[in-house]
Design a protein around this ligand. Structure first.
Ligand SMILES: [Zn+2]
Length: 254
């Protein structure tokens, strides 16, 4: 008991130190100027070829005619350039999520700029053209003021989120929990931007972790299915799921 208390205390203390001066990407629907009953989907860390996760997700979004945001890792864009092009060709927005999925908060200014630029270079190489929208989302959803200055200098707008279920650290057994939490947050805010993960870190790390634990949190193959369940429920409740028809929706900086 005493040991547990000490562990919890140390964990709390470490988190406070690590996150000190930190800002989170989490915003409310109102802060993001998303109109009521409008919902936007966003997916981090892809593209992911494992069990055709990203391809199946694109099939589902296409089935319901939904355009989403994909925060791509440069490392994974290099590995699956055809999926990057498919995301663009099917009308989705591409966000630069950096080259690797390192923890932004601990990055120096030069490391951060390098990660951002390498991410852009890898995505544009896969696309064969420049990014149409200079959108960025930090890894893990946290950043510091010094990082914000850099992405602005590089001409980027940061894309936040309003509804997340920390699905990146949840495996398929927690699927219902993820679905409930997302739907509950959207209902509380009457709309917003959903954040889910169709991949988890670089393909190399995914392969290593999947070898150790095939059904662990690096297996994202259930994400397309849970996305479809969320879509069906939100459509039943009367939400609009293609918020990009609204001009200027992403033209904000939080
Ligand atoms: Zn990430």
């Amino acid at each position: 008991m005493r040991h547990n208390f000490r562990q919890t205390f140390l964990l709390l203390l470490t988190s406070i130190i690590l996150l000190g001066g930190c800002r989170s990407i989490d915003r409310t629907r109102r802060e993001m100027h998303i109109p009521r009953y409008v919902v936007i989907f966003s997916f981090d860390d892809g593209p992911n070829v494992h069990k055709d996760t990203t391809a199946r997700l694109l099939d589902i979004l296409g089935k319901y005619n939904i355009r989403a945001l994909f925060a791509l890792l440069g490392e994974n864009a290099e590995y699956s350039p055809e999926l990057v092009r498919r995301i663009r060709d099917e009308g989705h927005y591409i966000i630069n999520h950096g080259y690797g999925d390192g923890w932004v908060v601990s990055m120096s200014k030069s490391e951060f700029r390098e990660n951002l630029r390498r991410g852009e270079a890898a995505i544009t190489a896969a696309l064969g053209e420049e990014l149409r929208h200079r959108l960025y989302r930090p890894q893990g959803g946290y950043f510091k003021k010094k990082h914000r200055r850099i992405w602005k200098e590089e001409g980027y707008i940061m894309v936040t989120g309003t509804a997340r279920a920390y699905d990146a650290v949840i495996d398929e057994t927690g699927k219902n929990k993820v679905r409930h939490r997302i739907i509950r947050t959207i209902a509380e805010q009457r709309g917003g931007m959903i954040l889910l993960h169709d991949a988890r870190d670089s393909h190399l790390r995914m392969e290593r972790e999947l070898e150790k634990c095939p059904e662990g949190e690096f297996n994202r193959s259930w994400i397309p299915e849970v996305t479809e369940e969320i879509i069906i429920r939100l459509l039943e409740k009367g939400y609009r799921l293609n918020g990009f028809d609204i001009p200027g929706l992403l033209d904000i900086e939080s």
